[in-house]
Design a binder for this molecule. Sequence first.
Ligand code: SAH
Length: 483
Amino acid sequence: MQKNDLIHLEVTDMGTDGAGIGRYEGMTFFIKDAVAGDTVRARVMKVKKNYGYARLEEVLIPSAYRVEPACELHRRCGGCQMQTLLYDRQLALKQKMVSEKLVRIGGFAPEVPACIFEPPVGMEQPYRYRNKALFPIGMGKEGEIAAGFYAARSHNIIPVSDCQLGVEENRAVLDCVLSYMKESHVRPYDETTGKGLIRHVLIRYGFVTGEIMVCVIINGSRLPAQQKLIEKLCKIRGMKSISLNQNKKNTNIIMGETTETIWGNGYITDYIYLRDPGSDFQRTDTAIAYQISPQSFYQVNPEQTEKLYSLALEYAGLTGKETVWDLYCGIGTISLFLAQRAGMVYGVEAVGQAVEDAKRNAVHNGITNAVFFEGKAEEVLPEFYQNGPAGRDDFHGEGADMRHPDVIVVDPPRKGCDARCLEVMLRMRPERIVYVSCDPATLARDLRILCDGGYEIRRGRVVDQFCHTMHVETVVLLSKVQK
Ligand code: SAH
């Protein structure tokens, strides 16, 4: 077998990057854009000892799970990996990926995921769910200014102003920015030369309030004829905030440190509603308002976020008296939900700006039983476990219960929890631990440590926050094994 050979094979599975997997003459092949159940003709691109990569040439017999994608650019754009797979199968595939990680990395028996997982929580309409969009601005093939994404291995922009995962309002915003650039002769930034002004346009949209924020990321300090852009943008319904972010570095980190509001507020407001997991996630009347600034972390899929947080709250099993730690709390999103049902909630977050946002959001919602600490979870938690609040100037309570909370909630970034953090959690011996994870591999690793330390997995559920992509969000409930 060698490069460029044509092979016919049946795709039997799909991998964690969304590629189809099939066997041919004893070798395993990974074929991007092929779907489990397809019979395909593919061209061999790379051959290793017992596996290889092949490019999809033709679908000979389509899988029963193959569907027409909503976006014609799905094969060229890196954003979606599974648009051609029936949505129900996407959900099943994500749950299977988590189960496999629990077995392979966590060393759990296959019965564990089989018993604990409740059906994955999907969306009824899995498109147009994102409340945040980030479009690079550059030159298209014809030399025109365009917004879209970079074509593979080039700096040409493929124009797409209407990504199917984003809201329709994005297009009006991009039209304003592009027409302003043409009229005022403003050049897009060019990564290779480091010249040109406009790099990216960030758009945030509040699904409940309809409020819109635009942040233009520039390679400089100001925009020429800035008022002309403002005049166009502020006519869009819902526009609340226009800002400039300066990024003069030649780097692929998108945003720089300085953001200046040039029109309206420095934030938009949106609401997250509590839902009832017992009645198919119907919305309740309880909602929390959040102010979101251009740079804070905020979940991108608001509908699924409501379901995820409502499940986390249900798993926490609160009755109104409990002491809860919410580690990796960001702007306090989960903490403020928990606070409605708990005695006291202590949030820990590494980013100072997010802690400020969390405190402000608590005040804004009239919540007085949530306290937020800035610092790394693996440093703040051990400190409180040893000394209580002594020595901290940001907390004056007695804090006796902080060392032995009833519940600990964690929602770490992809690298999972630090070992020191897990160790102190085990020493604190809460009744329940709720683990919200965006990476099944580190989830599996951390669950093993917690289970070896005297906990058992009771419930778990995949909540699809990132439809059509391979990203997976999982929530797991552990409880203390009674001795
Ligand atoms: N629970 C929040 C945020 C989750 S994202 C929400 O749902 O919105 C993970 C958060 O962990 C980010 O805000 C990140 O800044 C923070 N973080 C990363 N490493 C951390 C650490 N070692 N200790 C505490 N927080 C950390």
